[in-house]
Design a protein around this ligand. Structure first.
Ligand code: C5J
Length: 223
């Protein structure tokens, strides 16, 4: 076990059973003209975590530990998208409508691709999820069980929506979850801060939180 300094207390990382999950670092949330933009958000905030997330990916790749990328994505016929989700929010463009990067949140469209700097490499799992959480209708729990994964390190966007939902779902399924706080971001700084507090509160009721530097140092020291 590797002991990673974290809040609310050191995270026990099991090198043989740990995977990285990078949530929804897709152009639709991070670049102008995508879904995040259509909801009126300042998408520039999210791009700021690309370098830290790339460094985190580099750490896992160097160790040969599994990496999973998720994308919030719907089938072209939107049969996996509840009408309530399409209606919600009164955006300029709705899910499935054509924006600057193709149809919003639709699989295969340019906007649905992960940003170039974080692109998956051969052997990494890419999970298209119709919900905010990564387990709903994805079969991911079975895939992780097949890999013997019990520990999940989280990064990605947005902290209080898809990252937090996925982390809570993982926590309920028995995974030991660690959020890398400088590799996650929100359109709303106060929501990111509140989410981080919620996760680590009450003895780590959802999991642990730490910056990348602490994880990198702990992994390096154990090598
Ligand atoms: C949102 C996400 N915010 N990936 N999706 O709709 O957090």
């Amino acid at each position: 076990m590797i002991s990673v300094p974290a809040r609310p207390y050191p995270y026990p990382l099991d090198p043989a059973r740990t995977a990285l999950v990078v949530i929804d670092m897709q152009r639709d949330f991070i670049e102008p003209g995508g879904f995040g933009d259509s909801l009126g958000n300042d998408v520039g905030r999210l791009a700021a975590i690309i370098p830290t997330t790339a460094a985190l990916l580099g750490l896992f790749r160097a160790q040969g530990w599994p990496v999973i990328h998720t994308r919030e994505a719907h089938r072209p016929d939107l049969s996996d998208c509840p009408p309530s989700k399409i209606r919600r929010g009164n955006p300029r463009l709705k899910i499935g409508e054509v924006g600057a990067m193709g149809r919003l949140l639709v699989t295969g469209e340019p906007g649905n691709q992960i940003v170039d700097a974080l692109a998956p490499i051969a052997g990494e799992l890419v999970v298209d999820k119709p919900g905010k959480g990564m387990f709903w209708s994805t079969g991911l729990n079975e895939r992780l069980a097949g890999l013997g994964i019990s520990h999940l390190v989280f990064a990605g966007v947005t902290t209080e929506v898809c990252v937090q939902t996925s982390m809570r779902e993982a926590n309920d399924r028995g995974y030991e979850c660690l959020l890398i706080e400088d590799a996650t971001e929100s359109y709303f700084p106060e929501f990111k801060a509140a989410t981080i507090k919620m996760i680590a509160a009450q003895g780590g009721i959802v999991g642990w939180v730490t910056p990348l530097s602490e994880l990198a140092q702990a992994v390096g020291a154990a090598a």
